[in-house]
Design a protein around this ligand. Sequence first.
Ligand code: ADP
Ligand code: ADP
Length: 217
Amino acid sequence: MTYVVLMGGPGAGKGTQAKRLQASLGLPQVATGDLFRENLKNNTELGQLARTFMDRGDLVPDEVTVAMVRDRLSRPDCANGVLFDGFPRTIPQAEALDELLHEFGAQVDVVPYIHVHPDLLLQRLAGRWTCRQCGHVYHKLFNPPQQDGVCDLDGSELYQRADDTEETQKRRIDVYFELTAPLLDFYRERGLLAEVDGEQSIDQVQSALIDVIKQAA
Ligand code: ADP
Ligand code: ADP
């Protein structure tokens, strides 16, 4: 069992890497942002509740987020480990995760921290395009698709997320420093934090992540 928490600011590359690592490590990606967006798309009650927070770039309340993760973790594909992407984002969420994993006789094994300078985070978010169908993420300059506006993998349309406006991006980065960055010390004190240089190429970041995860597994 290997439970991995990918840390890093908005735009650091967590989603990009989690999608690649899923295949190479055989662990499912649990991305709370994706789960909320799925609920938005299906217009569920949870989606309606999350929308107001997401549109502002604020965090969805902890109880709601933790209940959604609890439900996701109860599915059989999570029994051998998980790549958490975008969760936990607050200290209470991290404490709740410890309790949830404890119920499985498991724990957080390693917390790779994808470190990227804040100025670059904003550039990353500003050029992000996502596939409407498969969720694959591109960047208009750093990681462009072969054909403008079209996903290389399945030919579907690429879109810019509703919460990828300049104002919301800045707010998300501020919220990250205020509420999520304290988790770095939380995990450092437990000896779980492993810093990775997130300003390298996508391939280089991937191999650095595989190294730290394999060391912990
Ligand atoms: P996060 O999930 O941490 O918010 P994403 O994986 O969505 O971040 O990546 C944000 C943007 O940065 C995307 O447009 C992605 O293509 C781009 N990106 C990710 N990793 C790198 C990298 N190592 N170098 C350049 N661009 C990257
Ligand atoms: P990014 O890739 O830019 O970091 P995410 O897709 O992870 O963004 O998250 C988008 C939005 O979903 C967040 O701004 C927040 O409103 C909500 N969200 C995602 N994960 C969490 C979480 N763990 N706790 C609270 N809100 C969350």
